[in-house]
Design a protein around this ligand. Structure first.
Ligand code: ADP
Ligand code: MG
Length: 306
């Protein structure tokens, strides 16, 4: 769906992107992961031509974006950024309706679309339709930004650190919502983050950028696994990667059948990171898993995971 072919970008003397070749599969939720300044935003912004490559090509749906009219191109690509950029004087419905209005949809169709999108992003339409952006929390505003980006049903969604300004609990909630929305809509999503934990929570595919170059690309647990390339281990820290990987593994997969009376109980759907945190909190080296049949998890088994 999106292909970068030996793409470079220079800002004067700064080589921000240096020879990136990368494919983003149709319908995937792909993450560009890297430290601040590694070129993630520059690469992302070449897709909707907010930035032009100094060399190389970017294709969307097999077509070189440089040959396309910018306005037409951008109507097929939703774009969500950290500071949402909602129009402050317009209510939520008018913000979400921005592109459908530009496209000249009739009022009834726009209204139905706005309500469907507010439902999709978890905002009750009757409550939020007429609210002004200044009355929304950061998380609610980000949901409206996402609804606005999806309004004209673009096949591609670009997201640049969309959750970075949110508190941890709101951020985790929106990550879960984004996975659900991705599964429900089948969009091709390319999301930028500097946060390993977020990348593991969201990605089908991860591409790691290091000083403008592609350091690794592939399935999350291979890119960030024990066998990760040396650059990746250096950038994020091998120990930190080992800890965050636990968050991408289900506790149930490392559990054994049987009863473990009198030990803390881990909720259903918990990850191995949740399990380790519960063990630490209780000073316990063994947990029971909620649900049937009875199962338990030991610290030794947790440590033996890849
Ligand atoms: P990231 O999104 O990974 O933090 P960016 O793509 O924003 O990285 O920036 C990559 C490099 O390009 C950085 O060194 C940054 O300072 C530089 N850069 C980004 N935008 C500009 C600009 N408009 N003018 C000059 N240098 C820039
Ligand atoms: Mg950036």
């Amino acid at each position: 769906m999106i292909a970068f072919e030996d793409v470079f970008h220079r800002y004067g003397a700064v080589e921000a992107v240096r020879g990136v070749t990368l494919g983003v599969p149709d319908g995937s939720l792909s993450v560009l992961l890297g430290e601040s300044g590694s070129g993630k935003s520059t690469l992302l912004r070449m897709v909707n031509r907010l930035v032009e490559p100094s060399a190389g090509r970017v294709l969307v749906g097999g077509v070189d974006v440089a040959t396309q009219d910018r306005t037409t191109l951008r109507r097929g690509i939703g774009y969500v950024i950290q500071s949402v950029g909602l129009f402050p004087h317009r209510d939520v419905a008018a913000n979400v309706a921005t592109v459908p209005r530009l496209l000249g949809w009739e009022a009834a169709r726009i209204r139905a679309r706005v309500d469907a999108l507010l439902d999709l992003v978890g905002l009750e339409p009757a409550v939020y339709r007429t609210r002004k952006p200044s009355t929304l929390s950061g998380g609610q505003a980000q949901r409206v930004g996402l609804a606005r980006a999806l309004a004209a049903d673009p096949p591609v969604l670009l997201m640049d650190e969309p959750f970075s300004a949110l508190d941890p609990a709101t951020r985790r909630g929106l990550q879960v919502e984004l996975r659900r929305i991705h599964a429900a809509t089948g969009k091709t999503i390319l999301l930028v983050t500097h946060d390993v934990e977020e990348a593991l929570a969201l990605a089908d595919r991860i591409a790691v950028l290091d000083a403008g170059r592609l350091a690794a690309e592939g399935a999350p647990l291979s890119v960030l696994g024990r066998d990760a390339p040396p650059e990746v281990r250096r950038i994020f820290g091998a120990e930190s990667l080992a800890f965050h990987r636990l968050g991408a593994l289900a506790a149930g997969d490392a559990a054994r059948p049987g009863d473990a009376p009198g030990v803390p109980v881990l909720p259903e759907g918990a990850t191995l990171k949740d399990a380790l945190l519960l063990m630490l909190a209780h000073g316990a080296d063994r947990l029971a898993l909620a649900g049937a049949p009875p199962r338990y998890l030991t610290l030794t088994d947790l440590l033996a995971t890849p």
